[in-house]
Design a protein around this ligand. Structure first.
Ligand SMILES: Nc1ncnc2c1ncn2[C@@H]1O[C@H](COP(=O)(O)OP(=O)(O)OP(=O)(O)O)[C@@H](O)[C@H]1O
Length: 287
């Protein structure tokens, strides 16, 4: 089946920053976690997908259609949530909803009312009177109320308290139940992705380092801890190493092989996403 989002050779340069050409495919029924340190290029990628910045090179297809030629048609079926508000600060929530809903052919008022109740949104208040968390919830309510098939979210959980974050993750899981939708979710809160992502894409300094199934990362990768004397034996397997005067910690992409070759001489643990990201992006660290 055709991917819902198909990026080929996307590139974009700013003064002092280069998003180097990369490919990315997102299939229906999948949640892709988009991670990377500050300034990696995540928002630039998302803005290029949404045609909010002009890409320098590459092709982007959404629902099989070119993202610029068919922008209107595509945006009708995309729900977006950005970390910064894109609403008029002086409009009330109700008026903002009225204004925005006209742009969507499949606007669903009862769905919107449902989220207004769930998130306890004060419809009479102006956007500028909302807390950051409330703005995010409003943004989400809008994104989820027009039967979008692709959700693109840039830091949707930043500024949300743990309870609301957990609610949001549950909602996203529910949205995914029909297997026809997909979510691209950029975040620094990797523990959210530990819970819900199917694939992880890591960007660093404008380069795509990998796209992998989340389960493969958990099944194959390992954090190895040991004595510095054992480190040379591991060198070729290491993705990143952190040393101190007592020993080392290293990320390896073949936990089973380390177990076979070094056995109980080292301690081997399953890494979480945060550890994987840190080791990849700080290749050599002396604590
Ligand atoms: N409009 C712009 N003009 C010039 N440089 C820009 C512009 N937008 C982004 N950049 C630069 O591009 C680089 C990537 O920024 P981007 O916002 O895509 O990173 P990010 O991965 O989303 O980071 P963060 O996690 O901090 O949001 C940064 O060095 C940033 O300064």
């Amino acid at each position: 089946m055709e991917p819902i989002l198909d990026i080929k050779g996307l590139s974009k340069a700013y003064d002092g920053f280069q998003l180097k050409p990369f490919d990315l495919r997102l299939e229906r029924g999948s949640i892709m976690g988009f991670i990377g340190p500050n300034g990696a290029g995540k928002s630039t990628t998302i803005r290029a997908i949404m045609n909010l910045v002009r890409k320098d090179g590459g092709d982007i297809k959404i629902f099989g259609l070119d993202h610029i030629r068919h922008e209107q048609k595509i945006k009708d079926k995309i729900g977006v949530v950005f970390d910064e508000g894109h609403f008029y600060e002086d409009l009330s929530l109700h008026d903002t909803m009225k204004f925005i809903s006209r742009f969507y052919t499949q606007w669903d008022s009862s769905q919107f009312d449902h989220y207004v109740k769930q998130f306890q949104l004060p419809l009479k208040k102006k956007i500028k009177e909302l807390s950051k968390g409330m703005k995010m919830k409003f943004s989400l309510a809008i994104a989820l109320s027009h039967h979008a098939e692709l959700l693109i979210m840039d830091e949707p959980t930043s500024g949300l308290d743990p309870l609301v974050r957990s609610e949001l993750l549950d909602i996203l899981m529910t949205v995914m139940q029909d297997e026809q939708k997909a979510i691209l979710l950029s975040t620094h809160i990797t523990s959210d992705l530990d819970k819900i992502a199917d694939y992880i894409t890591l960007l660093h300094n404008g380069s795509l380092l990998f796209t992998k199934p989340k389960d493969a990362l958990a099944d194959q990768y390992g954090v190895v801890k040991g004595d510095l004397r054992q480190l040379p034996l591991l060198q070729e397997l290491c993705i990143g190493v952190k040393k101190n005067s007592y020993g080392f910690e290293a990320l390896v992409d073949d936990r089973a092989r380390v177990k076979r070759e070094l056995g109980d001489a080292v301690l081997i643990e399953k890494p979480n996403l945060e550890e994987i990201m840190l080791f990849y992006t700080r290749r050599e660290l002396h604590a």
